[in-house]
Write a protein that binds this ligand. Structure first.
Ligand SMILES: *Cc1c(COP(=O)(O)O)cnc(C)c1O
Length: 394
Protein backbone atom coordinates (compact mmCIF):
# COMPACT_ATOMS: atom_id res chain seq x y z
CA UNK A 1 0.00 0.00 0.00
CA UNK A 2 2.86 2.39 0.77
CA UNK A 3 4.54 1.57 -2.54
CA UNK A 4 1.22 2.23 -4.22
CA UNK A 5 0.59 5.49 -2.37
CA UNK A 6 4.02 6.75 -3.40
CA UNK A 7 3.74 5.47 -7.01
CA UNK A 8 7.00 3.59 -6.60
CA UNK A 9 6.30 0.59 -8.83
CA UNK A 10 8.23 0.67 -12.10
CA UNK A 11 6.41 1.50 -15.28
CA UNK A 12 6.81 -2.18 -16.16
CA UNK A 13 5.10 -3.06 -12.90
CA UNK A 14 8.22 -4.48 -11.24
CA UNK A 15 8.00 -4.10 -7.51
CA UNK A 16 10.30 -3.95 -4.54
CA UNK A 17 11.38 -7.44 -3.55
CA UNK A 18 12.65 -6.36 -0.14
CA UNK A 19 10.39 -4.20 1.96
CA UNK A 20 10.29 -3.79 5.69
CA UNK A 21 9.37 -1.40 8.46
CA UNK A 22 12.30 -0.02 10.42
CA UNK A 23 12.75 2.08 13.54
CA UNK A 24 13.20 5.15 11.35
CA UNK A 25 15.08 6.64 8.42
CA UNK A 26 18.39 6.25 10.27
CA UNK A 27 17.89 2.47 10.30
CA UNK A 28 16.74 2.75 6.67
CA UNK A 29 20.02 4.46 5.83
CA UNK A 30 21.94 1.75 7.71
CA UNK A 31 20.15 -0.90 5.64
CA UNK A 32 20.63 1.10 2.44
CA UNK A 33 24.38 1.39 2.95
CA UNK A 34 24.63 -2.24 4.11
CA UNK A 35 22.82 -3.43 0.98
CA UNK A 36 24.81 -1.06 -1.21
CA UNK A 37 28.07 -2.29 0.31
CA UNK A 38 27.02 -5.91 -0.22
CA UNK A 39 26.14 -5.30 -3.88
CA UNK A 40 29.01 -3.08 -5.02
CA UNK A 41 31.70 -5.15 -3.34
CA UNK A 42 30.03 -8.38 -4.44
CA UNK A 43 30.08 -7.23 -8.03
CA UNK A 44 33.83 -6.59 -7.86
CA UNK A 45 34.44 -10.00 -6.30
CA UNK A 46 32.45 -11.64 -9.09
CA UNK A 47 34.30 -9.72 -11.78
CA UNK A 48 37.70 -10.54 -10.31
CA UNK A 49 37.26 -14.15 -9.21
CA UNK A 50 34.32 -15.33 -11.26
CA UNK A 51 32.82 -16.60 -8.01
CA UNK A 52 30.08 -15.45 -5.70
CA UNK A 53 31.43 -17.32 -2.70
CA UNK A 54 33.06 -14.41 -0.93
CA UNK A 55 30.46 -11.94 0.30
CA UNK A 56 30.54 -9.11 2.80
CA UNK A 57 27.79 -10.86 4.75
CA UNK A 58 29.68 -14.15 4.84
CA UNK A 59 33.37 -13.29 4.86
CA UNK A 60 33.20 -9.80 6.28
CA UNK A 61 34.00 -6.43 4.78
CA UNK A 62 37.78 -6.72 4.88
CA UNK A 63 38.01 -10.18 3.35
CA UNK A 64 35.44 -9.38 0.65
CA UNK A 65 37.21 -6.16 -0.29
CA UNK A 66 40.50 -8.01 -0.47
CA UNK A 67 38.96 -10.68 -2.70
CA UNK A 68 37.46 -8.04 -4.97
CA UNK A 69 40.49 -5.77 -5.02
CA UNK A 70 38.39 -2.99 -3.50
CA UNK A 71 40.54 -0.25 -1.99
CA UNK A 72 37.75 1.91 -0.61
CA UNK A 73 33.97 2.34 -0.52
CA UNK A 74 32.77 5.91 -0.95
CA UNK A 75 29.34 7.45 -0.42
CA UNK A 76 28.56 10.33 -2.77
CA UNK A 77 25.80 12.71 -1.76
CA UNK A 78 24.70 16.34 -1.50
CA UNK A 79 24.07 17.76 1.98
CA UNK A 80 23.39 14.28 3.34
CA UNK A 81 21.51 14.05 6.62
CA UNK A 82 23.74 13.53 9.69
CA UNK A 83 22.30 10.03 10.07
CA UNK A 84 23.97 9.07 6.81
CA UNK A 85 27.43 9.57 8.29
CA UNK A 86 26.24 7.66 11.37
CA UNK A 87 25.04 4.84 9.13
CA UNK A 88 28.40 4.86 7.34
CA UNK A 89 30.10 4.49 10.72
CA UNK A 90 27.83 1.63 11.79
CA UNK A 91 28.35 -0.42 8.64
CA UNK A 92 32.10 0.04 8.69
CA UNK A 93 32.52 2.48 5.83
CA UNK A 94 33.39 5.34 8.17
CA UNK A 95 31.96 8.82 8.41
CA UNK A 96 34.83 9.99 6.22
CA UNK A 97 33.55 7.89 3.33
CA UNK A 98 30.69 10.36 2.84
CA UNK A 99 31.74 12.88 0.19
CA UNK A 100 29.79 15.91 -0.86
CA UNK A 101 29.21 16.31 -4.58
CA UNK A 102 26.56 19.02 -4.35
CA UNK A 103 26.11 22.15 -6.39
CA UNK A 104 27.30 24.52 -3.67
CA UNK A 105 29.27 26.43 -6.28
CA UNK A 106 26.06 27.74 -7.82
CA UNK A 107 24.30 28.27 -4.49
CA UNK A 108 22.28 25.04 -4.58
CA UNK A 109 24.28 22.75 -2.29
CA UNK A 110 21.32 20.38 -1.84
CA UNK A 111 21.39 19.48 -5.58
CA UNK A 112 23.50 16.56 -6.76
CA UNK A 113 26.08 17.69 -9.31
CA UNK A 114 25.79 14.89 -11.85
CA UNK A 115 28.93 15.97 -13.69
CA UNK A 116 30.84 15.68 -10.42
CA UNK A 117 29.20 12.33 -9.74
CA UNK A 118 30.28 11.07 -13.17
CA UNK A 119 33.85 12.31 -12.67
CA UNK A 120 34.03 10.62 -9.25
CA UNK A 121 32.57 7.33 -10.50
CA UNK A 122 35.02 7.25 -13.38
CA UNK A 123 38.03 8.06 -11.19
CA UNK A 124 36.88 5.58 -8.55
CA UNK A 125 36.38 2.82 -11.07
CA UNK A 126 39.94 3.22 -12.29
CA UNK A 127 41.36 3.20 -8.76
CA UNK A 128 39.56 0.20 -7.29
CA UNK A 129 37.11 2.37 -5.36
CA UNK A 130 33.43 1.43 -5.35
CA UNK A 131 30.59 3.87 -4.81
CA UNK A 132 27.15 4.29 -3.29
CA UNK A 133 25.26 7.41 -4.38
CA UNK A 134 22.77 8.76 -1.84
CA UNK A 135 20.02 11.05 -3.09
CA UNK A 136 18.84 13.52 -0.42
CA UNK A 137 15.18 13.57 -1.30
CA UNK A 138 14.40 16.31 1.09
CA UNK A 139 17.40 18.18 2.54
CA UNK A 140 16.77 18.71 6.20
CA UNK A 141 17.52 22.46 6.48
CA UNK A 142 15.83 23.68 3.34
CA UNK A 143 13.43 20.91 2.38
CA UNK A 144 14.87 21.14 -1.14
CA UNK A 145 15.58 18.11 -3.33
CA UNK A 146 18.81 16.66 -4.76
CA UNK A 147 17.37 15.88 -8.17
CA UNK A 148 15.09 17.32 -10.81
CA UNK A 149 13.02 15.55 -13.41
CA UNK A 150 15.79 14.53 -15.83
CA UNK A 151 18.38 13.66 -13.20
CA UNK A 152 17.32 10.23 -11.97
CA UNK A 153 17.38 8.48 -15.38
CA UNK A 154 20.83 9.97 -15.95
CA UNK A 155 22.02 8.91 -12.50
CA UNK A 156 20.63 5.40 -13.08
CA UNK A 157 22.61 4.97 -16.27
CA UNK A 158 25.79 6.29 -14.61
CA UNK A 159 25.33 3.87 -11.71
CA UNK A 160 24.77 0.97 -14.10
CA UNK A 161 27.84 1.88 -16.13
CA UNK A 162 30.14 2.07 -13.11
CA UNK A 163 28.54 -0.53 -10.85
CA UNK A 164 27.35 1.92 -8.21
CA UNK A 165 24.33 1.59 -5.90
CA UNK A 166 21.70 4.31 -5.61
CA UNK A 167 20.06 4.85 -2.23
CA UNK A 168 17.41 7.50 -1.62
CA UNK A 169 17.13 9.16 1.79
CA UNK A 170 13.52 10.24 1.46
CA UNK A 171 12.70 10.49 5.17
CA UNK A 172 10.11 13.23 4.68
CA UNK A 173 10.58 14.30 1.06
CA UNK A 174 9.46 11.02 -0.49
CA UNK A 175 5.91 11.92 0.49
CA UNK A 176 5.87 14.73 -2.07
CA UNK A 177 4.99 11.90 -4.44
CA UNK A 178 1.64 11.56 -2.71
CA UNK A 179 0.65 15.20 -3.31
CA UNK A 180 -2.13 15.86 -5.82
CA UNK A 181 -0.90 16.37 -9.38
CA UNK A 182 -2.23 19.92 -9.49
CA UNK A 183 -0.35 22.91 -10.93
CA UNK A 184 0.83 24.20 -7.58
CA UNK A 185 2.62 20.91 -6.83
CA UNK A 186 4.00 20.05 -10.28
CA UNK A 187 7.39 21.55 -9.41
CA UNK A 188 7.68 19.29 -6.36
CA UNK A 189 6.57 16.28 -8.37
CA UNK A 190 9.42 16.99 -10.81
CA UNK A 191 11.91 16.88 -7.94
CA UNK A 192 10.76 13.46 -6.76
CA UNK A 193 10.25 12.03 -10.25
CA UNK A 194 12.35 8.98 -11.03
CA UNK A 195 13.16 8.07 -7.43
CA UNK A 196 11.66 4.66 -8.23
CA UNK A 197 14.83 4.04 -10.26
CA UNK A 198 16.88 3.71 -7.07
CA UNK A 199 18.17 0.43 -5.67
CA UNK A 200 16.99 1.23 -2.16
CA UNK A 201 14.85 3.85 -0.44
CA UNK A 202 14.48 4.96 3.19
CA UNK A 203 11.50 6.95 4.43
CA UNK A 204 9.80 7.80 7.69
CA UNK A 205 6.23 7.08 8.67
CA UNK A 206 6.67 9.02 11.91
CA UNK A 207 7.19 12.29 10.09
CA UNK A 208 4.62 13.18 7.47
CA UNK A 209 2.34 10.17 7.90
CA UNK A 210 1.87 11.30 11.51
CA UNK A 211 2.18 7.85 13.05
CA UNK A 212 4.03 7.39 16.37
CA UNK A 213 7.81 7.21 16.55
CA UNK A 214 9.58 3.97 15.69
CA UNK A 215 8.07 3.70 12.22
CA UNK A 216 10.38 3.90 9.24
CA UNK A 217 10.09 2.32 5.81
CA UNK A 218 12.83 0.58 3.85
CA UNK A 219 12.57 -0.66 0.29
CA UNK A 220 15.16 -2.67 -1.60
CA UNK A 221 14.66 -3.49 -5.25
CA UNK A 222 16.50 -6.82 -5.08
CA UNK A 223 15.24 -8.95 -2.20
CA UNK A 224 18.24 -11.26 -2.43
CA UNK A 225 20.65 -8.49 -1.43
CA UNK A 226 18.58 -7.56 1.63
CA UNK A 227 18.18 -11.21 2.59
CA UNK A 228 21.90 -11.79 2.19
CA UNK A 229 22.60 -8.92 4.62
CA UNK A 230 19.92 -9.74 7.19
CA UNK A 231 19.33 -13.46 7.23
CA UNK A 232 19.82 -15.55 10.37
CA UNK A 233 22.06 -18.36 9.17
CA UNK A 234 21.67 -21.86 10.54
CA UNK A 235 18.86 -21.07 12.94
CA UNK A 236 16.37 -23.81 12.28
CA UNK A 237 14.32 -22.82 15.31
CA UNK A 238 13.66 -19.43 13.74
CA UNK A 239 12.40 -20.78 10.44
CA UNK A 240 9.11 -18.99 9.97
CA UNK A 241 6.28 -20.29 7.84
CA UNK A 242 6.55 -17.00 5.92
CA UNK A 243 9.98 -17.97 4.67
CA UNK A 244 8.49 -20.35 2.18
CA UNK A 245 5.83 -17.98 0.93
CA UNK A 246 5.97 -14.92 -1.26
CA UNK A 247 6.13 -12.80 1.88
CA UNK A 248 9.61 -12.87 3.34
CA UNK A 249 9.84 -13.18 7.09
CA UNK A 250 10.74 -9.87 8.75
CA UNK A 251 13.39 -11.88 10.63
CA UNK A 252 15.50 -12.11 7.53
CA UNK A 253 15.03 -8.73 5.91
CA UNK A 254 15.48 -6.32 8.81
CA UNK A 255 17.84 -5.43 11.63
CA UNK A 256 15.79 -6.79 14.53
CA UNK A 257 14.62 -10.32 15.08
CA UNK A 258 12.00 -9.47 17.70
CA UNK A 259 9.94 -6.39 17.00
CA UNK A 260 6.52 -4.93 17.39
CA UNK A 261 3.92 -4.68 14.60
CA UNK A 262 5.25 -1.40 13.18
CA UNK A 263 3.11 -1.59 10.09
CA UNK A 264 -0.11 -1.39 12.08
CA UNK A 265 -0.33 2.39 12.65
CA UNK A 266 0.65 3.01 9.03
CA UNK A 267 -2.00 0.56 7.89
CA UNK A 268 -4.58 2.34 10.04
CA UNK A 269 -3.66 5.76 8.61
CA UNK A 270 -3.77 4.49 5.04
CA UNK A 271 -7.14 2.84 5.59
CA UNK A 272 -8.67 5.78 7.40
CA UNK A 273 -7.39 8.54 5.11
CA UNK A 274 -7.05 6.82 1.79
CA UNK A 275 -4.99 8.21 -1.06
CA UNK A 276 -7.12 11.34 -1.22
CA UNK A 277 -7.12 12.02 2.48
CA UNK A 278 -3.36 11.77 2.62
CA UNK A 279 -2.97 13.98 -0.44
CA UNK A 280 -5.21 16.57 1.21
CA UNK A 281 -3.29 16.38 4.49
CA UNK A 282 0.04 16.82 2.73
CA UNK A 283 -1.36 19.70 0.64
CA UNK A 284 -2.36 21.55 3.80
CA UNK A 285 1.15 21.13 5.20
CA UNK A 286 2.78 22.44 2.02
CA UNK A 287 0.37 25.36 1.66
CA UNK A 288 0.96 26.42 5.27
CA UNK A 289 4.74 26.26 4.75
CA UNK A 290 4.34 28.41 1.62
CA UNK A 291 2.21 30.99 3.46
CA UNK A 292 4.88 31.22 6.14
CA UNK A 293 7.63 31.40 3.51
CA UNK A 294 5.85 34.25 1.72
CA UNK A 295 5.45 36.11 5.01
CA UNK A 296 9.14 35.71 5.89
CA UNK A 297 10.18 36.69 2.37
CA UNK A 298 8.14 39.91 2.48
CA UNK A 299 8.87 40.75 6.12
CA UNK A 300 11.09 43.70 7.06
CA UNK A 301 12.36 41.70 10.03
CA UNK A 302 13.44 38.44 8.43
CA UNK A 303 15.43 37.01 5.52
CA UNK A 304 14.04 33.99 3.73
CA UNK A 305 16.69 31.36 3.04
CA UNK A 306 18.35 29.95 1.07
CA UNK A 307 17.43 32.62 -1.51
CA UNK A 308 15.04 35.54 -1.25
CA UNK A 309 14.15 35.32 -4.93
CA UNK A 310 13.29 31.61 -4.92
CA UNK A 311 9.94 30.41 -6.18
CA UNK A 312 7.41 29.56 -3.50
CA UNK A 313 6.66 26.44 -5.53
CA UNK A 314 10.03 25.05 -4.45
CA UNK A 315 8.84 25.10 -0.84
CA UNK A 316 7.77 21.73 0.50
CA UNK A 317 7.22 21.59 4.28
CA UNK A 318 10.28 23.42 5.63
CA UNK A 319 10.83 27.18 5.92
CA UNK A 320 14.37 28.36 6.65
CA UNK A 321 15.01 31.95 7.70
CA UNK A 322 16.94 34.27 9.99
CA UNK A 323 16.37 37.64 11.64
CA UNK A 324 17.92 40.67 9.92
CA UNK A 325 18.85 42.06 13.33
CA UNK A 326 22.04 40.14 14.17
CA UNK A 327 21.55 40.40 17.95
CA UNK A 328 18.01 39.04 17.66
CA UNK A 329 19.18 36.31 15.30
CA UNK A 330 21.58 34.98 17.94
CA UNK A 331 18.66 34.27 20.31
CA UNK A 332 15.85 33.84 17.80
CA UNK A 333 15.18 30.14 18.40
CA UNK A 334 14.94 30.69 22.17
CA UNK A 335 12.73 33.76 21.76
CA UNK A 336 10.28 31.93 19.51
CA UNK A 337 10.19 28.81 21.66
CA UNK A 338 9.89 30.87 24.86
CA UNK A 339 6.54 32.14 23.65
CA UNK A 340 5.33 28.61 24.28
CA UNK A 341 3.12 29.05 21.22
CA UNK A 342 5.15 27.20 18.64
CA UNK A 343 8.33 25.19 18.45
CA UNK A 344 11.11 25.74 15.94
CA UNK A 345 14.55 24.22 15.64
CA UNK A 346 17.80 26.06 15.17
CA UNK A 347 20.39 25.26 12.56
CA UNK A 348 23.22 26.97 10.74
CA UNK A 349 23.12 28.00 7.13
CA UNK A 350 26.18 29.33 5.33
CA UNK A 351 27.97 29.59 8.66
CA UNK A 352 25.35 31.67 10.43
CA UNK A 353 22.52 30.79 12.75
CA UNK A 354 19.15 30.18 11.16
CA UNK A 355 15.75 28.91 12.17
CA UNK A 356 13.72 26.18 10.54
CA UNK A 357 10.01 25.74 10.77
CA UNK A 358 9.05 22.21 9.78
CA UNK A 359 5.35 21.67 9.22
CA UNK A 360 4.30 18.08 9.89
CA UNK A 361 0.86 17.78 11.43
CA UNK A 362 -2.47 16.44 10.23
CA UNK A 363 -4.05 19.21 12.29
CA UNK A 364 -2.89 22.00 9.98
CA UNK A 365 -5.57 24.50 9.02
CA UNK A 366 -3.79 26.78 6.60
CA UNK A 367 -5.41 30.18 7.19
CA UNK A 368 -5.72 29.80 10.96
CA UNK A 369 -2.19 28.53 11.48
CA UNK A 370 -0.55 30.97 9.05
CA UNK A 371 -2.13 33.89 10.92
CA UNK A 372 -0.92 32.44 14.18
CA UNK A 373 2.68 31.91 13.03
CA UNK A 374 2.78 35.43 11.55
CA UNK A 375 1.56 36.84 14.85
CA UNK A 376 4.26 35.02 16.82
CA UNK A 377 7.06 35.96 14.42
CA UNK A 378 5.95 39.59 14.33
CA UNK A 379 5.69 39.82 18.11
CA UNK A 380 9.14 38.27 18.57
CA UNK A 381 10.67 40.67 16.03
CA UNK A 382 9.04 43.66 17.72
CA UNK A 383 10.08 42.48 21.18
CA UNK A 384 6.60 42.12 22.59
CA UNK A 385 4.73 39.23 24.11
CA UNK A 386 2.21 37.11 22.32
CA UNK A 387 -1.37 37.45 23.47
CA UNK A 388 -2.73 34.38 25.14
CA UNK A 389 -5.67 33.00 23.32
CA UNK A 390 -7.20 29.70 22.62
CA UNK A 391 -6.00 28.71 19.22
CA UNK A 392 -7.77 25.48 18.76
CA UNK A 393 -10.10 23.38 20.79
CA UNK A 394 -9.18 20.20 18.91
C1 LIG B 1 14.64 12.70 10.04
C2 LIG B 1 15.59 12.33 8.97
C3 LIG B 1 16.42 11.22 9.09
C4 LIG B 1 16.51 10.39 10.35
O1 LIG B 1 15.30 9.80 10.59
P1 LIG B 1 14.94 9.06 11.97
O2 LIG B 1 13.55 8.67 11.73
O3 LIG B 1 15.13 10.07 13.05
O4 LIG B 1 15.86 7.91 12.11
C5 LIG B 1 17.23 10.88 8.02
N1 LIG B 1 17.23 11.60 6.90
C6 LIG B 1 16.45 12.69 6.75
C7 LIG B 1 16.50 13.43 5.46
C8 LIG B 1 15.60 13.10 7.78
O5 LIG B 1 14.83 14.17 7.62
Amino acid sequence: MVVDLLHLADSDGAGWGGKTFTTGATAGNVLGLACGREAVVGRRVRERTGSTDTTVAGAGLLAACRAGGVAEIQVLTSLGHSSLAKAASIVGLGQGSVKDVGMGGVGEPWRLDLDAVERELKRADAEGVVSIVVVSAGEVNTGRFATNVLDMPKLRSLADRYGAWIHVDGAFGLFARALPKTDEFLGLHAHVAGLELADSIAADGHKLLNVPYDTGIFLCRDASVLTQVCSNPNAAYLAAPGDTNAILSPLNIGIENSRRFRALPVYAVLLSEGREGIAAMLSRMVLLAREIAAFVRDSEHYDWLPAADASLEDTFVIVLFRARDTALNEVLVDRINATGKMFVSGTTWEGKKAVRIAVGSWRVEVARDAAFVKEVLTAVAEGRGVANRVVSSR
